[in-house]
Design a protein around this ligand. Sequence first.
Ligand code: SF4
Ligand code: SF4
Ligand code: FES
Length: 342
Amino acid sequence: MPRLTIDGVEITTAGPTTILEAAKSAGIEIPHYCYHPGLSVVGQCRMCQVEVEKMPKLATACNTAVTDGMAVSTNSPRVEKARRAVLEFYLLNHPLDCPVCDRGGECPLQDYTLKYGPGESRTVEEKVQRAKHKILGPHIVFDAERCILCTRCVRFCHEVPRTGELGVFSRGDRSEINLFPGKVLDNAYSGNVIDLCPVGALTSREYRFQSRPWDLVRHTPSVCPLCSAGCNVIVDVRNRQRGDEILRIRPRENQAVNRWWMCDEGRFGFGYHHDPSRLRTALRREGAAQVETPLDDLLTRVAEEIQRIVRAHGEGAIGCIVSARHTTEELFLVRCFVRDVL
Ligand code: SF4
Ligand code: SF4
Ligand code: FES
């Protein structure tokens, strides 16, 4: 088990790992863009550079393995200078879109620039202009000017759904993410590139311009009810005068269930929550009419009715119909009720 120090903090890792992961486990932030624990490591954004004692050059923390006795600094003057330079390069051609960018307020490029970047721009040249609203698929729109070419989206499509719709085309400052000829970004997991993109280059056609992140007042951990996989999700809710509304559903990491991902069906298929014909109060049928009834009263009536049927016809006379939209946990409770209580 390697023992090392990062910024003077002694860390013993559970096994072979990288400097970035070791720092993360000790709660030390190393800024990064291209690294994601669910994707292959490419070490190309250069944002995660750190200084390692006895190494002549700065090392990229995401792909440098820890060794016993290593002494790492994440905030030495050399590291800070390198980070400032990397951010300055990213901002050379980056548009001043923050006020109208879906990522504004939850953007690692904004955050790192504020924390580690140069205070002002030295660029006087014209910025390179690129495509602004390129539709890549039924759910995804691409803004090439905002892209920092971290290739997370490209690697995701190659490695997770293995559909490989995206690639990097051209060279130098003309390099650009694009679809391979004849391809559309329409795989069943395409929405994950929105979460993966560390800037506002890949945005959701459904959520685009709907809200600012600070207007989403609740981020409720939940479970997707649309299939038996039960992906763990976060439900982002905005509050308005007319009431709460769900604006966005994102995956919540659970290594035993959905890892970091979720499918497009669960991510975008929540319109039924706001369907005006949806049952929102407890109703009791009285002849042809449906009468609104307090829920407690209704539950008491149902319990009495179940008892009457069991007394008159036995347990076999009771059945239960459930909805495919219930979560696995709710279905389990229904089964417990029917099997153990009735
Ligand atoms: S990607 Fe981030 S830095 Fe770029 S315009 Fe959007 S919010 Fe601003
Ligand atoms: S579109 Fe986003 S995820 Fe893809 S390479 Fe550009 S910055 Fe990275
Ligand atoms: S996160 Fe290490 S080089 Fe990008």
